[in-house]
Structures are given as structure tokens and as C-alpha cells.
Write a protein that binds this ligand. Structure first.
Ligand SMILES: *Cc1c(COP(=O)(O)O)cnc(C)c1O
Length: 357
């Protein structure tokens, strides 16, 4: 199997090997040390300011998006949601479910967020902003620092879903002023799904500690308190947290976050250069490094996904909803190399020869 989806993605051999080990009991000094190491690396790689904390949630990243909405906002807030695709839409749905007053700043499929568009919402009564830095459904990368300046100017609590952007696109929490950053195990962290990470800056830590949350599992104050000693309130996905530890060390040994970001960027640039001759259109006006959404001009996007999976053993990522037959996505994250791009491109060329593209 050769996997170009945007999660789960290919794991390195070392991370796979950790997954093959027995899962240890976790209320131990050894596991606490693993967790505190994980926190240290995540804070470092996200550029989190002094005094920030990370918590490791055993849920997919949508669970963390929900936890953040529940712990950081109340009915007294008014939140601006950047809604440029299915993940932005998900934030709006979460606000709706939890009765958080909000406005959707809607963008068309693939449309970048311009400063002009954002500043239409300047000097209003908003108190927070929710954005998916890489809107993975359309591969649009938003400018975290431009949005950060807007949030600072307007005094907004700034939440960045970096689920697919963390370690794929440059992101510096201190520099852009984000209060919260979310990521997940199955994207650029290239581990199995099951763990999501929430980084809170000092202001966010204070906010969460004083929140009155009607939830046991999604109580972030409880998670923070346990994390002081490298633990979680309930049994976490211990095996995946150990794989994350190996993966974070791998990234560190290779030179840190910048090196991994450069590697993903190179993987993306190589692919985008090599598909120029194929009957494809790019979708994103502001492409993120992690994924390339493609509109095949003469073919059904979902059929291409199926043929590649069934006849070539290659997985690309289909889109859902309205985009299902129009757009597929090719991921550049996880344990992939340039030769893997060539394998995929040769398969596309073969489809073209067969009259299927
Ligand atoms: C993958 C992803 C998520 C979370 O998806 P889960 O299926 O809940 O892990 C959230 N936001 C973005 C931008 C993503 O790419």
C-alpha cells in the first residue's frame, strides 16, 4: 500500500515497531516521563510562548475542537468562524450545538482569505475567532499572522486548528499570538489516529481553569491538572502516545520542526511541478504544503480514487459532499519520499494512456 491520503498516513519503520510492542500500564513514573517529553517537544515545535501547556486527548481532533469550544467560550461570547470548507463548517456547527453566538465568514471553495475580507469584521463586538489554518478539505492555507494581528487589534481569543498544518506549514504560536493550537496524531505526526493535542498559551490556561464546563471527559482544567505530573484523567491511548514519543524524537534528531516543514514543502513542490502536463486543475488559491486538491478536468474524481486503490494499490484522498466527483486530494505528509511521487505520477500517466483520465 502506498498512502497519499491526509490521514491516517504512512508511519516510519521505527514508529511501526513501537506499535508492535506490548502496551504497558501507564500510572508509572516511566509513562509520565514519556508524556512530559511529548509536551516539551510539542511546545517547542509549535513555538508556544513561555508558560504554555499541552494536553493529550484520547479522541480524534474533532473532539478537541469541541473541547476547546466548550472550555473557552460561553453564551456571552460572539465568535467569528472562518468557514472556507468542511472543517470551518464543523467549527460553526460546534458553536451552534453549544449555543455560542457566532458569525460565519464564508469563503468559496479554494478561496484565500484576504485582509480586506477579514477587516470587514473589524471594530465589531466579537470576542473570539476560530480558524483551521490549513482548511484541509480545500487545501487553503490562511495567514496565521495576518489573522493574529486582527485578533490582537480587536482583543479576540484566537483559536487555531492546526490539525494538518502543524509540522507542514510554518506556524509560530508566540509570533501569531494564537491562544490555542490543536493538532492530531494521524496527520503530520504520522502516527495512528486516536490522540489529539491541544496547546494552550498562559492566557488560555487561565481561561480554561476558570471555565464552568458541563462535561466530565472534555474538562480541560482536569486534563491540565493531571498533565502537571505527566498523566491524564482517564486511560489514554497509551500505545499511540509512545509512538508519538518516538516520532517527536525522530523529528528532533533530523533537525526539528523547520526541517520537517521543509521536507513536506519539497514533497509538495515536486508533485505540483510534475503534474503540470496532466489534465488537472489546481483548486486552492493559497496552497498549504500538506495537501494538493485537484480537479480532474475530464474524469470523475471519486472514480480515479477507486481505480488507483483497487488496481494500483495507491491511496489518494477522496473529497466528500458536493466535491465528491469533482475533487480528489493528494497528501504530502507522513513517511513518503520523492520516488513515491513518481510512482503516483506514473499511475496517473497509465490512466491517461488507458483513456480514463
Ligand atoms: C483532519 C482534520 C481535523 C480532524 O479530523 P478528525 O477526523 O476528527 O481527526 C480537523 N481539522 C482539520 C483542519 C483537519 O485536517
Amino acid at each position: 500500500m502506498l498512502n497519499f491520503t491526509v490521514g491516517p498516513v504512512m508511519c516510519s519503520d521505527d514508529v511501526l515497531a513501537v506499535g508492535g510492542e506490548q502496551v504497558p500500564y501507564f500510572r508509572t513514573a516511566e509513562f509520565s516521563e514519556t508524556m512530559l517529553e511529548n509536551e516539551k517537544y510539542i511546545l517547542d515545535f509549535s513555538g508556544a510562548p513561555e508558560g504554555s501547556k499541552a494536553v493529550f486527548m484520547t479522541n480524534s481532533s474533532t473532539g478537541s475542537m469541541e473541547a476547546v469550544v466548550m472550555n473557552c467560550f460561553t453564551q456571552k461570547d460572539k465568535v467569528l468562524v472562518i468557514d472556507g470548507g468542511s472543517f470551518g463548517h464543523r467549527f460553526a456547527q460546534l458553536c451552534e450545538i453549544h449555543d455560542i453566538p457566532h458569525t460565519r465568514l464564508e469563503l468559496k471553495c479554494g478561496q484565500a482569505l484576504s485582509k480586506e475580507k477579514l477587516y470587514e469584521y473589524d471594530n465589531r463586538d466579537y470576542t473570539g475567532l476560530l480558524v483551521n489554518i490549513d482548511e484541509t478539505s480545500t487545501g487553503v492555507l490562511y495567514d496565521s499572522e495576518m489573522i493574529g494581528d486582527f485578533c490582537k487589534k480587536n482583543g479576540l481569543f484566537y483559536v487555531c486548528d492546526c490539525v494538518s498544518a502543524f509540522l507542514a506549514d510554518p506556524f509560530d504560536m508566540a509570533k501569531c499570538g494564537a491562544h490555542v493550537m490543536i493538532t492530531g496524531s494521524q496527520k503530520v505526526l504520522a502516527c495512528p489516529p486516536g490522540i489529539s493535542v491541544i496547546v494552550l498559551n498562559p492566557e488560555a490556561v487561565e481561561r480554561v481553569k476558570n471555565a464552568n464546563v458541563k462535561s466530565m471527559y472534555f474538562n480541560l482544567a482536569d486534563a491540565l491538572k493531571n498533565m502537571e505530573r505527566g498523566q491524564t484523567p482517564f486511560t489514554p491511548a497509551v500505545g499511540i502516545l509512545r509512538q508519538i514519543n518516538r516520532r517527536l524524537k525522530e523529528i528532533d534528531e533530523a533537525g526539528g520542526a523547520e526541517v520537517e516543514i521543509a521536507r513536506v514543502a519539497k514533497q509538495a513542490a515536486d508533485f505540483r511541478a510534475k503534474i503540470k502536463e496532466l489534465p488537472f486543475e489546481f483548486v486552492s488559491e493559497s496552497p498549504a504544503n500538506g495537501v494538493t486538491p485537484i480537479h480532474p478536468i475530464n474524469a470523475d474524481a471519486y472514480k480515479i480514487f477507486e481505480i488507483l486503490k483497487d488496481e494500483y494499490g495507491i491511496w489518494i484522498c477522496p473529497n466528500g459532499g458536493e466535491l465528491k466527483s469533482k475533487v480528489f486530494r493528494v497528501g504530502h505528509i507522513g513517511y513518503l519520499c520523492i520516488e513515491d511521487n513518481d510512482t503516483l505520477i506514473n499511475a496517473f500517466k497509465d490512466l491517461q494512456k488507458r483513456g480514463l483520465l
